[in-house]
Design a binder for this molecule. Structure first.
Ligand SMILES: [Mn+2]
Length: 219
């Protein structure tokens, strides 16, 4: 049987739901390739628990905007996510440096034959290696220049996408997931009381578990 790739949407510290989802899809680190779409951390109850499961599963995580912010905070660059920094330091305690070292290894995208995985999306017409990392982890809509990536008056990046790869992304919980022939959105807002989703490839099947509660309000 062909190896399965399990792609898991934005977890944001929802360790209990993640554990339940891994069990539901019978995730096996010896057989399956397990990929997180980014934003493992922050907002939810246990960023550390999610990191530990991620290690147990020998998984790869992509860089999300929350991980990229963390790296900038570690480097001392001011960023609006600084409120999370102190919380993470406290939660990870003596494991903080190990955790940050892992995050440094998170790739910004993964491309595997005709499957492209990225946290937020692709700038129309550009390969990720030609793209500003912040665009890859935050894009929702495209203004033609990259100054405003979330103005809903502009077309979504996936409406403008014309590539051949199947693109799997997260980041946009308000969409509540998306399934199109060439684009699959996996952020189904678990931390906001929605669901946590796993895409099973090559079957192209989506399995979800419901959040136990709403841990944060959507912004
Ligand atoms: Mn995100």
């Amino acid at each position: 049987m062909e190896q399965r790739t399990l792609v898991i949407g934005d977890v944001h510290g929802c360790a209990k739901e993640l554990k339940q989802l891994l069990k539901k899809v019978k995730a096996d680190p010896k057989q399956d390739r397990i990929v997180f779409i980014g934003d493992l951390i922050n907002k939810g109850p246990s960023s550390r628990g999610v990191w530990e499961l991620h290690r147990e599963m020998n998984a790869v995580s992509l860089m999300g905007n929350h991980e990229l912010s963390l790296l900038e905070l570690v480097e001392g660059k001011f960023h609006k996510h600084s409120k999370y920094f102190d919380l993470l330091r406290k939660e990870f305690g003596s494991h903080f440096d190990d955790f940050v070292a892992d995050v440094h290894q998170f790739p910004l995208w993964l491309e595997d034959h005709d499957l492209m995985m990225v946290h937020a999306g692709l700038v129309p017409g550009l390969h990720p290696d030609q793209t500003d990392p912040w665009h890859l982890v935050t894009i929702r809509t495209w203004d033609g220049e990259g100054h405003d990536l979330k103005n809903e008056a502009n077309p979504t990046w996936f409406d403008l996408y014309e590539g051949d790869d199947l693109v799997v992304f997260g980041h946009w919980a308000a969409l509540g997931g998306l399934e199109r022939p060439k684009v699959i959105g996996l952020d189904t807002g678990c931390v906001y009381g929605g669901k946590l989703s796993c895409l099973i490839m090559p079957e192209r099947k989506i399995v979800t578990v419901s959040a136990k509660k709403s841990y944060a309000s959507i912004s």
